[in-house]
Design a protein around this ligand. Structure first.
Ligand SMILES: [Zn+2]
Ligand SMILES: [Zn+2]
Length: 377
């Protein structure tokens, strides 16, 4: 089994994989089927027919990446003409899954989406987590969230009642790497020193902390597995971090059937920029590992020389329900983790409500603050 997997992985290394975004017509009625998160399979909303998605039981291919010259080889994500939209307002490239439609940019709600130029090649995703949270569930958490936005303007709360939640697969990179680090510097050991002083003709004993410094140096090795990095600039990163992450150990092999009825973003952070982000995480972990295994109390003048080997990457898609709404010319996002259902969002703040809150009910003070805040805007 293992050998077979290896052979297949090598096979895919040699030939470019063409992943055509074909439609999924219903065998009963001919309408387009969509992926149903509740059922975990394709579903025809016209005649209620279900169709299983065959899970390919192969390990997803990983591709080599050479950080020195930023070289890599990986299959291209082939999309049909007209299947990728580009947004002149925020720059997002959105892939429409079969049966998916959108007239606005899902990231900034701009109405001016156009077809992306055909010559822009991007790496194909290898693995993904299909949606497990339904659109209805995501919509409910939005409604609940809006109710709790006490400080949002009333107009916003009214308009936000019927959100358009869009199911989007967000691109991520994950990296494996073998890191060898040569280090040198000084390790410090603290000790308590007793000393005497004379106060008013009397001798007193006092203590102080001294640090003795010792030169240190050596080599440490660490292997990293599946360190993730979002490959998108279009998502509010602070909100994304609040969603609690995804279970990256159980990934499905990429299958366009999971995209049926959904959207996907083509990455806006390329592989070399992605690796630069991830290497900072790895190098920080390495420094912590070195310092904690040397048992000094403190360190100074540490120098690290990092050497990477066997860097491999995967391009994966993770599910996210997103509502992007503009209010007074500013874009706010609300999002739900499409795997776990955890949500996070941003709402505009009402200057008046804040003023009243601070004013503590004293109308004059509140109005004054309101005026000041309005002038400041
Ligand atoms: Zn049907
Ligand atoms: Zn946009």
């Amino acid at each position: 089994m293992q050998e077979e997997q290896n052979e297949r992985a090598q096979d895919t290394d040699k030939k470019p994989i063409v992943q055509k975004a074909i439609g999924f017509p219903c065998l009963q009625c001919g309408n387009q089927m969509s992926f149903s998160p509740e059922r975990g399979q394709l579903y025809c909303s016209y005649c209620k027919t279900e169709k299983e998605i065959p899970d390919k039981e192969i390990e997803a291919a990983e591709y080599m990446y050479f950080p020195e010259d930023e070289h890599f080889e990986a299959p291209v994500w082939e999309n049909e003409p007209g299947q990728v939209l580009t947004c002149p307002s925020c720059g997002a490239d959105t892939v429409l899954g079969a049966a998916a439609m959108t007239a606005t940019c899902p990231f900034c709600s701009s109405h001016y989406v156009t077809e992306a130029p055909a010559d822009k090649a991007v790496i194909s995703p290898e693995t993904m987590i299909p949606f497990r949270i339904s659109e209805a569930a995501a919509g409910n958490s939005f409604t609940e969230w809006v109710k709790k936005q006490w400080l949002a303007p009333r107009k916003f709360k009214k308009e936000a009642k019927k959100p358009e939640m869009k199911g989007i697969y967000i691109p991520f990179w994950t990296f494996d790497a073998s890191l060898t680090t040569n280090y040198r510097g000084f390790g410090g050991k603290r000790r308590i020193e007793h000393y005497t002083v004379r106060v008013n003709g009397k001798t007193q004993t006092r203590t102080r902390t001294r640090t003795d410094w010792y030169p240190i140096g050596g080599q440490m090795h660490l292997d990293f597995d599946n360190i993730p990095c979002p490959a998108t600039k279009k998502i509010d990163r602070a909100l994304l971090d609040k969603l609690g992450g995804y279970s990256l150990k159980v990934l499905n092999v990429y299958n366009p059937a999971y995209l049926a009825g959904f959207l996907a973003e083509r990455y806006s952070i390329g592989i070399s920029d992605g690796f630069d982000i991830v290497r900072k995480t790895m190098e920080l972990r390495m420094a912590n590992h070195i310092q904690s295994s040397l048992h000094y109390d403190t360190y100074r003048g540490m120098q690290y020389n990092h050497h990477y080997e066997a860097v491999k990457f995967k391009h994966i898609l993770l599910p996210l329900w997103l509502a992007a709404y503009s209010f007074h010319g500013k874009v706010y996002q609300f999002m739900v983790n499409g795997e776990t259902g955890r949500s996070a969002g941003r709402a505009p703040l009402s200057a008046l409500k804040i003023a009243l809150l601070i004013g503590g009910g004293i109308l004059a003070a509140g109005l004054l603050l309101f005026l000041l805040m309005s002038l400041g805007q």
